[in-house]
Design a protein around this ligand. Structure first.
Ligand code: B12
Ligand code: SF4
Length: 449
């Protein structure tokens, strides 16, 4: 069997540094297939060229696999992050090439979202779209047998019931200390079709769950072997409409794992009972994909809920005393000066929660906003979109919108706009030694009775 050196190149620390779960999941698949694997994290190494060089020379890999997460920071108001992530990866590829002649294959979400432009820009020997479980062992086998890996098969999604990441102790301890939170996946897929979202393209529309036993075993391992007590479920939507999540929550509650967790949730279909169970299972904060702030703009984004659903869901979180943060994007389809004003009033009525605002929608191919943006002349079919292009409704003036929201929220730390405002707060809290999501510290609840 061969020796595979995996490296994660993500250095983004906003909103916090995230454990390279994609790389560790690829490592799990390869180890299961009998390969010898070493994982290297560029951020955890402090971007240290010498330690990368040393590890490559010592390990003598047959193949190097690069895990590339972010293309950019999806923030239209912060241009500095535009090509930084991919440039960092390009630099790492250069260092690897100087120290080994072994082939370099690249994978990860950046490749899955914009396959051709990202692959071309990075210049690895081979780029692999989609899930490592589907293809990585076959591709590496072919490379080691000196066969051509051949054209990429369709991105058929695989069964992940028994797929497990291989957590690297040194890398875990770096992220536990740095951000205090480790990502874990319980399922893939999202059945919704929100107009801008690339998640279903990456993970498919069908929900595919890992077995509850595998997820619980990972949590127990994280707690026992690595002293991790806070996790984030990285599932596209934790509260899937078929309510598979309740089965997992039930087991977590019964097992009383001593680990608290947060997740992305949809403000759709939640009940008091479901939240109470999740709370017993360890849910301590939720990030809600609210996305728009009026019925008009929610509908134009193809969100499967109304503003009344958002309001009621917020109430459920307040009653359960679980902090929640609504993530909203201003300037989406059908946004007007009127919907901005109405939206800010709607948000004003949400108690005991944080609202994080973004300006403009980062356009990705394969989404309906992409088709609309072509029709409306924002982009052309030939555009690579490697450098981010943001959709902003032609019915609103972006400058006016950005200023209006910035001023409206200026005095409220729990209303975050522009996104940099949140980063500034979080950076200060981290410097003071606080860990975890941190926004949940801005939420307080009125005491009952
Ligand atoms: C959960 C999540 C978050 C959470 C992370 C929580 C945590 N503690 O881990 C939070 C909210 C913090 C977050 C923040 C951000 N995120 Co985010 N996030 C996700 C999400 C939903 C899941 C990522 C994940 O962990 N998946 C689970 C792992 C196992 O899957 P994976 O990484 O894809 O790995 C698989 C494959 O890619 C492949 N693979 C991976 N590596 C390799 C290597 C090789 C060689 C091969 C062959 C295959 C391979 O195999 C793996 C197993 O199947 C994705 C969207 C999605 N549905 O994928 C966005 C996503 C990764 N995020 C994205 C972005 C942009 C961001 C932010 C910049 C947004 C912002 N402005 O705040 C920040 C950056 C944070 C950071 N420090 O890097 C983008 C990245 C691509 C892009 N478009 O640029 C995505 C894809 C969403 C999108 N908009 O398209 N995120
Ligand atoms: S925004 Fe959320 S609910 Fe909508 S398609 Fe994306 S992951 Fe699914």
């Amino acid at each position: 069997m061969g020796r595979i050196f995996l490296i994660s190149t993500n250095t983004c620390c906003n909103p916090y540094a995230v454990y390279p779960l994609g790389m560790s999941t690829a490592a799990g698949t390869l180890i299961e297939a009998g390969y010898t694997v070493r994982q290297f994290d560029w951020l955890a190494s402090n971007r240290d060229e010498n330690s990368l060089k040393r590890e490559i020379l010592e390990f003598q890999p047959d193949v190097v696999g690069i895990s590339v997460r972010n293309i950019d920071n999806t923030d239209s108001l912060c241009e500095s992050g535009e090509m930084q992530e991919l440039d960092e990866t390009k630099k790492v590829i250069g260092i690897i090439r100087q120290n080994t002649g072994s082939p370099i294959i690249a994978g990860g979400t950046a490749i899955s979202v914009l396959p051709e432009p990202v692959s071309k820009y990075l210049g690895a020997d081979l780029s692999v779209v989609g899930e490592s479980e589907r293809s990585i062992t076959d591709i590496i086998k072919k490379i080691l047998n000196k066969e051509s890996p051949g054209p990429e098969a369709e991105n058929n999604l695989c069964d992940i019931a028994q797929s497990s990441p291989c957590f690297d102790p040194a890398i875990i301890s770096f992220y536990r200390e740095k951000s205090g939170i480790i990502g874990l996946q319980s399922k893939r897929g999202c059945p919704y079709y929100c107009c801008y979202c690339s998640y279903p393209k990456i993970e498919g529309n069908a929900i595919r769950s890992r077995s509850a036993e595998a997820v619980i075993a990972d949590i127990e391992k994280l707690k026992r072997d690595f002293k991790v007590d806070t996790i984030f479920f990285v599932d596209s939507v934790f509260n899937d409409p078929d309510e598979n999540y309740l089965d997992l929550a039930e087991i977590m509650a019964v097992k009383n794992l001593g680990v608290k967790w947060a997740a992305y949730m949809s403000p759709h279909g939640l009940t008091n009972k479901a939240l109470a169970l999740c709370k017993r299972a360890g849910l301590y904060a939720a990030e809600l994909g609210t996305d728009a702030t009026t019925d008009t703009t929610l509908e134009a984004m193809s969100k499967p809920f109304s503003w009344e659903d958002v309001r009621q869901t917020n109430e459920l979180f307040v009653q359960a005393q679980i902090p929640c943060a609504h993530f909203v994007i201003f300037g989406g389809p059908e946004e007007t000066e009127g919907t901005i004003r109405e939206g800010l009033e709607n948000i004003n009525c949400l108690e005991s929660c944080v609202v994080m605002g973004f300006s403009g929608i980062r356009i990705y191919p394969g989404t309906s906003i992409y088709t609309r943006a072509i029709k409306e002349g924002f982009i052309k079919q030939a555009d690579t979109l490697l450098e981010p292009v943001y959709y902003v409704s032609p019915k609103v003036d972006k400058k006016w919108m950005d200023n209006y929201i910035t001023e409206a929220w200026a005095k409220r730390p729990d209303r975050v706009f522009p996104p940099e405002k949140g980063q500034a707060i979080v950076t200060t809290l981290r410097k003071m030694g606080y860990k975890g999501l941190l926004w949940e510290r801005m939420v307080s609840f009125k005491q009952n009775g």
